[in-house]
Design a binder for this molecule. Sequence first.
Ligand SMILES: [Zn+2]
Ligand SMILES: [Zn+2]
Length: 323
Amino acid sequence: MKKLFTAAIFCLAIAPIAGHSHNVQIPKNIDELVLTKMTDSVYVVHGIIGMPDKNNKGFISNSGFVVSSEGVVIVDTGGSLQIGEMLLQKIQEVTSKPVIAVFNTHLHGDHWLGNVAFRKAYPDVPIYAHERAIERLSNGEAEQWLDIFTQATNNTIEGTTIVLPDHALKGGESIDIAGSTYKIHHTGHAHTDNDIMIEYPKDKTLFSGDIVIYGSMVSGARPEDFSAKGQIKAVEYALSLPIDIYVPGHGPTGGREIPEATKRFLEVLYASVQRYYDEGLEDFEMRDKVIADLKEFSDWSGFDRIGSLINSVYLQVEAAEFE
Ligand SMILES: [Zn+2]
Ligand SMILES: [Zn+2]
């Protein structure tokens, strides 16, 4: 009897590790940031849901890291020097090992502007990103992101400078970093044209970047960058991998329910816009109807700004008509 009781307790105790999102704390402000241990070696610091401002200093997306025998591999570095330094402190809470590799999942500023802190602490650390991210950032978009974040945070991210990724990926690579394998996935134009998802097979973990978003509007911050159909395909691909733990770009880490919600959001959005397009409505005329179709997601952050997302999908539906 006692054994059975112990077994039951054990099951309860491991349930959160299986990745149920309700056990993950999403901070409301910068003082509440916590390190969440997902497996023996995977940790996530969840960002604040919202837009960059002077309080969150651009920490609006998730950063995850893997502690391996030789050192630490981090995926996404936050939106400023200050956030990068905070992440370095969080890493030091669990290990004194050095950071030996950095990944940036795509070119949006919240995912790479913290690189400067990692380069300062580890001058030789390689920073990986998709080749198209490096190309676009090198051609003026890096400066634009720094300007956007500097203004949005009321100049409170002083010292943040541009440190570009320097190791180009195409997708399909298997990278060995100090004895651990990381698989790189790129399925074409999705959230952007330069997304990579990083799989850590040892712990069945996928760092999806903004391919997977939960709790805020999917691709709503930069709708002009995304392809709804492409992102649906990318999420389906993510769901086809042998993964237990999905670390989204924004929102709680969890199991399959996280990418499944992203997929549902995109499918309902696309189908709704397509339907009203077929009925002859303009994007502004279908707004309230699309919002009604998406009511399951009405509490997701940024829902009040859905007009630009509808506009983007409307243009995508229109373009598909002429393919
Ligand atoms: Zn993001
Ligand atoms: Zn993004």
